[in-house]
Ligand binder design. Sequence first.
Ligand code: NAD
Length: 494
Amino acid sequence: ANHSKGNSKGSFELPEIKFTKHFINGQFVDSISGKTFETRDPRNGEVIAHIAEGHKEDIDLAVKAAREAFDHGKWPRMSGYERGRIMSKFADLIEEHIEELAALDGVDGGKLFTIGKIMDIPGCIHMLRYYAGAADKIHGETLKIAGEYQGHTLKEPIGVAGIIIPWNFPSTLFFVKVSPALAAGCTMVVKPAEQTPLSALFYAHLAKQAGIPDGVINVVNGFGSEAGAALASHMDVDKIAFTGSPEVGRLIMKASAESNLKTVSLELGGKSPLIIFDDADVDMAVNLARMAIFFNKGEICVAGSRVYVQEGIYDEFVKKAAEAAKSWVVGDPFDPTVQQGPQVDKKQFERVLKYIEHGKTEGATLLTGGKPYGETGYYIEPTIFTDVKENMLIAQDEIFGPVMSLMKFKTVEEAIERANCTRYGLAAGIVTKDLNIANWVARSVRAGTIWINCYFAFDPDCPFGGYKMSGFGRDQGLHAIEKYLQVKSVITPL
Ligand code: NAD
């Protein structure tokens, strides 16, 4: 129990939970079935709210509202400038509620309140403003066509977008998808994760206040196998934008294939390598590695979960990494001195502990951590394994918890080969002073984001997504808008 200086009992009053129903066609409504499900505080497992539980009939209602708003409403037809103006107002309203929104994600997901206030929620505002500024810059091309024709392309919104997101960044991932969809002129149905249903409802309320017309953003909470599956297989949904696990990504593609062949974009998991070379400043590298895996309690798709350290500094790194993990502060996410809150729920908590047991039985050495932390709640000690082999489950599977696998390498070629040896390809980190090596590795690692001498640096302008089984399509950046657009060729004789 030498991990915590924080107060795991809970030092913060619950924020008022104002919204628990679905948001459909501009109104908060109960489920047609009248059913609700519980959302819990991971600090103690207590129920914090009963949330309307969406089923197929609720999804049908939400899709109908989105369809109507798309086919006959103002949003797809107004100028991009006007859409951008309303989106900016939406961003301004979020800015007035930063604390409340960070608190909702804190009690719902065990996320650090302070980080929510300075990173997650301001990041959402930034995302929304970025796409607000892009909404009036969506345009086609003129075409000179052989045989005395001329033509042009029109970019049109794709239609009704279905947006399905996970629980680890409930606010950020909402805006990563919703913002470009709004800029494109789409209407949408959002299905948040069942573990973190709260903040999306608050955003829907603020969207209405900002002047986004009814039916443009609909939010239906509920379980993936019910509400999520109904959205993915809906005949009147034109696109699914998904972030989550590869297993569910497959189900979503299958649902599209077996319904109306809607387009699909998938942002899936990761098992990202952080490669540290002999010339690195060891203290800086240890700090970076610690943050890369323990930030957001390891519940981050780009977590640097495989740390490769070159042999010359390996022993020193191991010693310092153990100390760094021990001084990482676990505790109540509302305590500003705490660096790691509880895992999102009991299921995730047990899943991570099971992987830790696997690591031990597979023959890896438990350097530090490895146990639940505290008496109540879903806290886990920052954990490091050494002597990890590539064929072990803990080196291949996404654990989605505070578990680092530490490995030693000799040459650049070996580091590249081992970095590429999982089925994932979401991100990678490189620590070296040698820019030639950094660029060589950056070109050779098959991953969508490469950080050199940094980690977790994000911006709405940086495309984000995966290679291999980490998915396809890119979120963020201007071309993410293309995912929510159709291109039409219009041809006339000269
Ligand atoms: P998950 O795939 O189980 O759930 C994600 C969402 O899909 C939830 O809203 C869930 O309700 C829904 N869902 C579940 N079954 C469904 C079905 N049959 N049809 C339609 N929707 C369904 O993932 P999770 O465990 O909640 O989240 C963790 C995963 O998300 C990890 O693998 C992580 O790497 C990934 N993730 C990826 C990114 C990224 O950008 N690449 C970001 C965050 C998380």
